[in-house]
Design a protein around this ligand. Structure first.
Ligand code: BGC
Length: 430
């Protein structure tokens, strides 16, 4: 990898080359795109859709309410057919291929594979085998996520993530996948265990809506155990498999570098960004990084600049990709960006965002961080959990009435980067 400079007509052109074999792609998760799911989230959606639609009046700002009136409709919060990706994955992977992508992250819906405790559905296993072979036929490397949040109903009824048996259940499910799905090289065991436990068990906003510090800590421990069990199980079956989690790391900054903020930043960094990874250190071959947020810490509160924000009102600070990656260097593991993206329905900021994130990523590689791939979040629009369908994260737009797919202009910008394995930067010289 190197940086090439070219100068002509007062325009400075910099070319950032990425390492040979770098993987370029995008991702999705089953519940968000497949449609036809039957799990603890689908139950929760039905119970909470009216409430969420009502609360939208207070929750969102006026500009968001005007721009996305769908947020007031209960059906916005019901995953239902979602993007019908369960039936249209071939078409969607054709699009990924046409966009020059050579890697794709997707998740297996546990409730399809094991709809009843200990009873595995061969037809559904066949489905995901086909998904993997359709990707391979298109020259796209699969990154298979074992758990991207929803749980089968039988497990939710036994206490879900709190269940003592969770690690064993996960291990049995993973064993089935590893023996049945054939050659999967990259496995992501758990998606963002930190975010999920926080939202479900401390903030109490996602199912089962518990607010209890002890339960929160217990669930984190349980998920650590589950990860280790899955890791050992898959390694026994396929010692060459590469296994990691997708961690949700945040770029925390100490506001104005004040001593108290520096101390708080270090503490939060330790807990949020590194604790889980430290505990599973011996049980991971790579780190999957989901990067979205930059928070400036001021006396324990967030003080974000919010100069540029997404449709969800999140501060966009893609350059922070550099900082989160630099923080992961100490693990000396290959790193794949397993998510990075934004809600941007009018596609005004996405191309800029990708390019800035990749500049940061490139700088991290220059500084010796072993980053091996970038999977944008996401390939197609989807249901954004308790926010519903209106936040649009896709490189490809989905028309939810017709299910038609439309490639957004930013996807073409990303395509050029994927196919050339480099990023061109133009600077006007003053
Ligand atoms: C989750 C995705 C979600 C994305 C955007 C991540 O925390 O893994 O499922 O769509 O954030 O909010």
């Amino acid at each position: 990898m190197d940086i090439a400079d070219k100068k002509s007509n007062g325009v400075e052109k910099k070319i950032l080359k990425f390492p040979e074999g770098f993987l370029w792609g995008s991702g999705t998760s089953a519940h968000q795109v497949e449609g036809g799911c039957n799990n603890d989230w689908t139950e929760w959606e039905k119970k909470n859709a009216d409430r969420l639609a009502n609360e939208a009046h207070d929750y969102w700002q006026e500009w968001q309410q005007k721009k996305f009136p769908e947020m007031f409709l209960p059906e916005n919060y019901i995953s239902g057919r979602a993007c019908d990706h369960y039936n249209r994955y071939e078409e969607d992977f054709d699009i990924a291929k046409s966009l020059g992508q050579n890697a794709h992250r997707f998740s297996i819906e546990w409730s399809r594979i094991e709809p009843k405790e200990g009873k595995f559905d061969e037809k559904e296993i066949e489905h995901y085998k086909k998904v993997i072979s359709v990707l391979r036929e298109r020259g796209i490397e699969p990154f298979v996520t074992i758990w991207h949040w929803p749980l089968p109903l039988w497990l939710a009824r036994q206490g879900g993530l709190k269940s003592k048996k969770l690690p064993a259940y996960f291990s049995r499910y993973a064993e089935r996948l590893a023996t049945s799905l054939g050659e999967v090289k990259y496995w992501i065991t758990l998606n963002e265990p930190e975010i999920y436990s926080l939202n479900c068990f401390l903030r109490g906003v996602w199912p089962p809506q518990t607010k209890n510090l002890f339960t929160y800590l217990l669930v984190i421990k349980n998920l650590m155990k589950a990860h280790k069990e899955i890791y050992k199980t898959i390694k026994k079956i396929n010692p060459d498999a590469q296994i990691g989690i997708a961690a949700h790391n945040v770029y925390f900054e100490a506001y104005k570098n004040r001593a108290v903020n520096v101390f708080l930043k270090k503490t939060i960094d330790w807990w949020w960004n590194y604790h889980f990874l430290n505990q599973i250190k011996e049980f991971q071959d790579f780190i999957g990084l989901n990067f979205y947020f930059h928070h400036r810490i001021n006396n324990g509160f967030r003080k974000n600049e919010n100069k540029i924000i997404s449709d969800l009102g999140w501060e966009l600070y893609p350059a922070g990709m550099y900082n989160v990656l630099a923080g992961l260097k100490k693990y000396q593991k290959p790193i794949y960006i397993t998510e990075n993206g934004l809600a941007d329905a009018s596609d005004e900021k996405r191309a800029w965002y990708i390019r800035e994130a990749l500049k940061g990523l490139h700088q991290a590689i220059e500084d010796g961080v072993n980053v091996c791939g970038y999977l944008h979040w996401s390939l197609i629009d989807f249901i954004e959990w308790d926010k519903g369908f209106w936040p649009r994260f896709g490189l490809v737009e989905v028309d939810y009435k017709t299910m038609a797919r439309k490639i957004r202009p930013s996807a073409e910008v990303y395509k050029k980067i994927c196919t050339t394995n480099q990023l061109e930067i133009l600077n006007l010289k003053s």
